[in-house]
Ligand binder design. Structure first.
Ligand SMILES: [Zn+2]
Length: 472
């Protein structure tokens, strides 16, 4: 009896630290301390893992993207000597065997990230100098590999040691501390001598962090983002988050690049040419926030690009003429693509070189034109009752049932269901085939009117809303 009690008490004592899943690795609480050294361009990271009980400890930097920020030495674990190093899906991975005496508690891991770039080169680079630090979180945080459900529930704490005059934008609701590993991986970090401002637009608080000196007023960018967010909300329904961090940092050469990283962070690396990033680029990243699903690249990026332009137009930031011009520019890149008649989207995905500029990919440019054609097709068939935004809302609402990854076939079926069938030749020709998409001028010429805005007319039925509430 006494023994049982003791075990129960012990279990109760451990409960806040340990998440144990049947058959899984019990794990753990993660604490990161990051110390930035602006003069040498290095970041020292100490990761403290509490409650680890697994066999080997495997650390990885989980990202599909090439991230600058070299690790010149293996991470070190106190009292543990050997690391095996390999690559898993292109991401580096270090494996440490459990020492003979078992794991200590906590386990302390240290590593140093010397960052070579003086300034970020593109949206996925890491940069540290005397004035700023910019990084996607997955460049900084090595993570112990654990079962995905455990990983999502592992408490994570982060502490920054930054120069005292520096400020920090993370996109995390609690600033620098938060709960949940998945959240940890998905954000951007901007710190330094940055300007901070906040605006509120249609129920969303937008925190703007800007590094560098610019030839335009940063508040104007915030205003534009607010206008886009309101237009997106009218078309696509309530936003998935109520707070949003938008970051902007200077590029070293003429390039502008945007990214959305996780549910709450949008970053722009922008060449200082006197003007802000274009409304189209701002809208592209903002519309990604309303994309609560994964889809093939032609939809995820291309259709997004068209819808973003449409929303920037509806927000009053892109006029009729500019809209036609932008679409014509997209069309030019599509027609100049040498693979246009050979590759379907799926073939391009397999055969094309990754990480080029978006002009070079059918998924982006032809995808945008397919988005325009699809919007027109849906509106034509329903006399303007159903549009692309309606399909988008449907795709978002299904994430409440856990349907997150859409295939071409599923998108085609959903679109057909909205217009009572007959979308086979559209998807067969433009999406699964290489049929030439008509020029945007022709598509725009007989475009039926837009349906009235869908603003908050209730995306979910009562049952779905209840389900969502209980899963939150
Ligand atoms: Zn994108």
């Amino acid at each position: 009896m006494k023994r049982t009690m003791r075990i129960l008490l012990l279990a109760a004592g451990l409960a806040p630290l340990t998440t144990t899943l049947p058959g899984g690795v019990p794990c753990c609480e993660l604490r990161y301390t990051l110390e930035a050294h602006p003069s040498t361009g290095a970041i020292d990271v100490t990761l403290t893992v509490h409650g680890y009980r697994g066999e080997a400890l495997v650390l990885e930097r989980p990202s599909q993207r090439p991230l600058v920020g070299l690790l010149t030495q293996d991470p070190e674990i106190e009292g543990v000597r050997h690391a095996r190093w390999d690559l898993a899906d292109g991401a580096p991975r270090w494996t440490y065997d459990r020492p003979a005496q078992g794991w200590g508690d906590p386990i302390q891991i240290t590593y140093r990230l010397p960052i070579t770039a003086e300034r970020p080169l593109n949206a996925w680079s890491v940069g540290l100098d005397r004035h700023l630090l910019y990084a996607p979180a997955e460049a900084l945080f090595l993570l112990p590999v654990m079962p995905s459900q455990t990983a999502q529930h592992a408490p994570v704490r982060v502490e920054w040691r930054l120069p005292s005059e520096w400020r920090l934008v993370t996109g995390w609701p609690g600033g620098s501390s938060f709960y949940g590993t998945r959240t940890l991986v998905k954000t951007d970090i901007l710190a330094g001598e940055i300007g901070l401002s906040e605006i509120h637009a249609c129920g969303i608080a937008i925190e703007l962090g800007i590094a560098g000196e610019w030839g335009f007023a940063p508040e104007d960018v915030a205003q534009d983002i607010g206008a886009i967010a309101c237009a997106a909300r009218r078309r696509l329904g309530a936003p998935p988050v109520s707070r949003l961090a938008v970051m902007m940092a200077p590029a070293r050469f003429p390039v502008t690049s945007g990214n959305r990283n996780g549910p709450r962070a949008v970053g722009f690396i922008h060449w200082n040419d006197g003007g802000p990033p274009t409304a189209r680029l701002l809208a592209h990243e903002i519309v990604h926030l309303w994309q609560q699903f994964d889809a093939p690249a032609w939809f995820q990026e291309g259709v997004n690009d068209y819808l973003a332009l449409r929303i920037a137009h509806e927000a009053g930031l892109v006029g009729d003429e500019a809209l036609a011009e932008q679409l014509a520019e997209i069309d030019r890149a599509y027609r100049q693509n040498p693979q246009r008649e050979r590759w379907t989207f799926a073939e391009e995905q397999l055969a094309a070189k990754p990480f080029g500029t978006s002009d070079g990919y059918l998924a982006y440019r032809k995808g945008a034109l397919v988005g325009l054609s699809l919007d027109r097709e849906l509106r034509l068939r329903t006399a303007g009752r159903v549009d692309l935004a309606a399909l988008w809302r449907e795709m978002n609402s299904r994430t409440s049932w856990g349907h997150v990854r859409w295939t071409d076939e599923e998108i085609a079926r959903r679109a057909a269901a909205l217009v009572d069938g007959g979308m086979e030749s559209f998807f067969g020709g433009y999406v699964e085939g290489t049929e030439e998409v008509p020029r945007p001028g022709i598509l725009l010429a007989d475009m039926p009117p837009l349906p009235p805005p869908a603003a908050d007319r209730g995306r979910l039925g009562t049952v779905a809303a209840f389900l969502q509430a209980t899963f939150d």
